[in-house]
Design a protein around this ligand. Structure first.
Ligand SMILES: *Cc1c(COP(=O)(O)O)cnc(C)c1O
Length: 380
């Protein structure tokens, strides 16, 4: 029996074109790393490796995937709760830098590095007080588990300067995710510049590297109005000229913005039915494959690919020009991919294509809940 359509499709050519353009527009000294947690599939990593400055990883598992897909690629090691084994492995593997999230972690890295006869290059990740622009996720400017509280920076810098196993190369500031405004992002970088140059003066430091994180957004609500990278990099070019010349590198580590567009999630409609006045479209698949919409409580954009073939004699219900709610095959009312979206027509047997599913799609999903088969993964 034919299995219903259910697959992720990744367009590696489109990915390469997009990332090549993104990187080419960066001013001097700015480098683009890929934050692997957005999607760590090996074909994506192999496509990205020659185009980006390297990979940002946040676990031993991601480090192993980076090494397997692109053995020579530079790696930055972050993550809020590193184990001793991960730190030792990162040092063994010769990562470029570790991003440090607490004062205790500074001590642990120093001890492990000193035992191995090494000196680890580190950036202090700081949770600044802000203010920050509105974005979908906030990692700083409020209490979170990330980074060192701005009020504890003095203590952290003193420790970093004294500890024998490490060298303080600069600061790491990843404060938000899914920011859609180039102006707001430039303002945030200006805040970073003021803050870090202030610390340099206060502590008699000269930073080598400042990592400004990721957080460039994807507009899921209006796919035609994406983050204006050209406008952003024009502003960035002017701004970078005001950054201290001794900052050898200004690192970006983007995830979503690099890979979201190259992936689609395709699912076949199994049923269309009305229930207490609402119209439901039920698909093969759901949030166990593609958790992003339920995690963000948004309706994910999709288009209907009509399929004419249909077995004779079977009824074929349809929705026409009316709002539908697209749900998956899980036995929970939370399994919703899109809500109250008006479609021209949708029938069982048609295929829905969810666009911009390349970042935080498959990666963040609870694949084995209800033990349905996994989707195919197709890389073209
Ligand atoms: C997740 C993450 C990123 C990437 O964020 P995007 O919003 O996908 O660009 C970068 N840096 C750190 C530390 C992260 O945790």
């Amino acid at each position: 029996m034919r299995e219903p359509v259910c697959r992720y499709e990744y367009d590696l050519g489109a990915l390469a074109r997009h990332v090549r353009e993104v990187v080419a527009a960066l001013p001097a000294r700015c480098r683009m790393f890929y934050a692997m947690k957005a999607n760590s599939a090996a074909p994506l990593l192999r496509t990205l490796a020659p185009l980006v400055a390297g990979f940002e990883v946040a676990s031993g598992g991601e480090l192993a995937k980076a090494r397997a897909a692109a053995p020579g690629a530079p790696v930055l090691f972050g993550g809020p709760a590193k184990t001793d084994a991960e730190i030792a492995e990162a040092l063994d593997e010769g990562v470029e830098r570790l991003h440090v999230e607490s004062i205790l972690e500074l001590h642990r890295i120093s001890a492990i590095a000193a035992r191995a006869g090494r000196v680890a290059d580190v950036l202090l990740r700081v949770n600044l007080a802000g203010p920050f622009p509105a974005a979908t996720l906030a990692m700083a400017g409020r209490p979170t588990q990330f980074g060192i509280d701005e009020r504890l920076v003095t203590e952290a810098v003193v420790a970093a300067k004294e500890l024998p196993g490490l060298r303080l190369a600069g600061f790491h500031l990843h404060s938000l995710s899914n920011n859609l405004s180039p102006e707001a992002h430039l303002e945030m970088l200006e805040l970073y510049r003021r803050t870090v140059t202030g610390w340099e003066a206060e502590f008699g430091l000269r930073c080598d590297v400042v990592n400004v994180g990721g957080g460039i957004g994807v507009n899921y609500a209006d796919l035609a109005a994406q983050f204006d990278w050209a406008r952003f990099t024009d502003g960035l070019r002017r701004l970078v000229d005001t950054f201290p010349g001794h900052w050898r590198e200004i690192d970006f580590e983007c995830g979503r913005f690099l890979v979201a567009a190259c992936g689609s999630y395709l699912t076949e409609v199994l049923d269309v039915k009305r229930n207490h006045g609402l119209c439901y479209v039920l698909v093969r698949g759901g949030t166990h494959h593609f958790r992003l919409p339920v995690s963000w409580q948004h309706s994910h954009p999709f288009t209907v690919r009509p399929v004419e073939a249909w077995p004779p004699g079977l009824p074929r219900p349809e929705a026409r020009g009316e709002p539908v709610t697209v749900v998956g095959e899980l036995c929970t009312p939370k399994d919703v991919l899109a809500r109250d979206v008006v479609v021209d027509r949708v029938r069982p047997g048609d295929v829905l294509e969810f666009a911009y599913a390349g970042a935080y799609g498959w990666e963040i999903s609870h694949h084995d809940f209800l033990s349905h088969p996994h989707p195919e993964q197709v890389f073209v």
